[in-house]
Design a protein around this ligand. Structure first.
Ligand SMILES: [Zn+2]
Length: 578
């Protein structure tokens, strides 16, 4: 393409009020424009990258035997009612009525539609396994769209779904996706770390996120400094010394004491008759599927809500508000505790979950469920009756890895892909089954697997940009090479640039000829800003038959004979993508 005829609306200045580098540079370099909150137009340069990403993903999925579909973005709400997800996704789902009054939604994901096709047409074990995928627009009414393409309300997703006979088959499909995802991200030149993830409300047995480690990410990832351990903070574990068989703390009797105005762990730690945070029991009150549940953790630790949700196996979880707390426990926050409370599925308190680190603790302090009164001498064994023990702890930087003892660190991660063992959640709720070789009907075992295409584009920008602008990996770049005459008044230079442009195009390279009547410095800066990986500069030495080849990412520059330039480009591209 000729720059003079292309649509590359670069800006001289950074856009205002923009934080993420990808957001800033994609706007400034003329790749995207915002239409409305969380909705972007992809301009030609961005669309070139998007199509390259799609092609890489498609090739790798086809290689593993997956079959491409294209389902509708428009979906009848009945399918979501059948799966029971209509409520859990209600706040992000775009819904409306058509002219006849039928309820429709724009697809948040496509588990329901794929399952409805599977149940109609898969009847026998002979048809399994199947892996189906598509590239389709997803719509999510995010409360806080942010950071350009990183969190949007409309985006392209590659979503695939596997259907297997049993758990073993699902394990295989899951592993196949795991390996394929690693290849996809490697080919894209994007470093993505697989991390263990929280399975959410669907109770699947395994879930792995592929994360780009970048400050632009909004997830927190726990990494081990010694081994390969990597997990989302929602799921991460750290080692601790259990007390159950060895704690020698003093036994003491349960005694109330007045704590006027003391409302926090800190205040109680400073209070004369109080106790350090590590000897307090923090009692938190939640509504789990509309029922009151208590969560207990050590006073110096943070409750992990994702782990609490796993412990309670609930679909919806939120903190109780003050009125709900007073009604259930008879006291206000700051004086709460679980001593003597018996949970019952339909009682005032439906569940009491205690963190495993509390096991065996003696002589603890906690609220008495009377305002301004606490209890000391609390024994976990004697005074509190949790109905389940669970790891509820939020890992902190510097704690120890459970597998190797190495030190754990916390970093920011940006989710690029997620692979998920769904098991039989959808096949059971939506009745999708097959007959085995003995004629018995079994549910399909399903997995679902996603990659956000535009987010991957933005992640590549985040990971590779520098002070001069974008710097695309060769496999994704909108153009492999930009060719320019240093002096745009010099007919000889222009002619040579044109010749090289034609030759390289003929060799199959994506070429951009900067034929604008601009100073060399302007052309260099623009080429750097839009991030083309190679630049060929036709300058004074062209008269002697030489041009300059510059690599964008490190500015390494070398002279080549014009006759050798396509071989030189070939060698560079091959080295960059292998
Ligand atoms: Zn480790």
């Amino acid at each position: 393409m000729r720059w003079s005829q292309g649509f590359i609306p670069t800006l001289r200045e950074d856009p205002a009020n923009v934080e993420a580098a990808s957001h800033r540079l994609l706007i400034r370099a003329g790749y995207i424009r915002q239409l409305t909150a969380g909705v972007y137009s992809l301009l030609p340069l961005a669309q070139r990258i998007r199509l390259k990403l799609i092609e890489i993903i498609r090739e790798e999925l086809n290689k593993m035997g997956a079959q491409e579909f294209l389902l509708s973005a428009l979906q009848p709400i009945e399918l979501w009612e059948e799966s029971g997800r209509v409520n859990s996704v209600a706040d992000v789902m775009f819904r409306f009525k058509d002219r006849k009054g039928s309820h429709l939604a724009l697809g948040v994901t496509h588990e329901e539609v794929f399952t409805s096709i599977a149940r109609s047409h898969i009847t026998s074990y002979r048809q399994l396994p199947q892996i189906w995928y598509q590239f389709q627009t997803k719509f999510r009414d995010e409360a806080r769209p942010r950071a350009g393409l990183l969190r949007v309300r409309e985006f392209t997703m590659k979503d695939s779904y596997s259907f297997d006979l049993d758990e073993t088959g699902l394990d295989k499909s899951f592993q196949l996706h795991h390996d394929t995802y690693k290849r996809i991200f490697r080919r894209c030149g994007v470093n993505a770390t697989p991390v263990q993830a929280h399975s959410g409300s669907m109770g699947g047995s395994a879930s792995i996120e592929f994360m780009a480690i970048t400050d632009a990410g909004e997830d927190t990832i726990v990494l081990c400094s010694k081994c390969q351990y990597a997990a989302n903070i929602e799921r991460a574990e750290s080692s601790y010394a259990p007390l159950e068989n060895g704690y020698k703390g003093e036994q003491s009797s349960l005694t109330e004491f007045a704590t006027p105005g003391i409302r926090t762990i800190d205040a109680l730690a400073k209070f004369k008759e109080g106790a350090p945070a590590s000897r307090q029991i923090k009692t938190l009150v939640y509504l789990a599927d509309s029922k009151i549940a208590l969560a207990l953790v050590l006073g110096d630790q943070e409750l992990n809500e994702a782990k609490l949700q796993s412990a309670l196996q609930c679909k919806a979880l939120r903190q109780a508000v003050e009125a709900e707390i007073v009604e259930a426990l008879g006291a206000h926050p700051g004086s709460l505790g679980a001593c003597g409370i018996k949970s019952a599925p339909d009682g005032k308190v439906s569940a009491i979950v205690a963190d495993v680190r509390l096991k065996g603790r003696e002589n603890m302090v906690t609220g008495a469920n009377k305002d301004d009164v606490h209890l000391r001498g609390v024994s976990m064994e004697r005074d509190i009756i949790p109905d389940r023990w669970h790891d509820l702890h939020t890992v902190k930087s510097g704690e120890s890895c459970t597998s190797c003892g190495g030190t754990l660190e916390l970093v920011n991660g940006l989710e690029l892909g997620h692979i998920f063992k769904l098991g039989t959640f959808y096949s059971k709720t939506m009745d999708a089954g097959y007959l085995d070789n003995e004629g018995n009907r079994n549910p399909l075992f399903m997995g679902s697997y996603g990659i956000g295409v535009e987010r991957l584009l933005a992640a590549a920008a985040e990971l590779t940009h520098d002070a001069q602008g974008l710097s695309w990996p060769v496999a994704l770049a909108p153009f492999h090479v930009v060719i320019l005459a240093a002096n745009s008044k010099d007919k000889k230079q222009i002619e040579t640039a044109e010749r090289i442009y034609d030759e390289l195009k003929g060799c199959g390279f994506d070429c951009l000829l900067d034929d604008r009547d601009e100073r060399a410095g302007v052309k260099f800066n623009d080429a750097d800003l839009i991030g083309v990986p190679f630049r060929i500069t036709v300058g004074r030495r062209a008269a002697d038959g030489y041009v300059e080849l510059t690599r964008r990412k490190d500015k390494r520059t070398a002279d080549f004979a014009i006759a050798d330039i396509s071989a030189a480009m070939e060698a560079e591209i091959t080295a960059a993508v292998s």
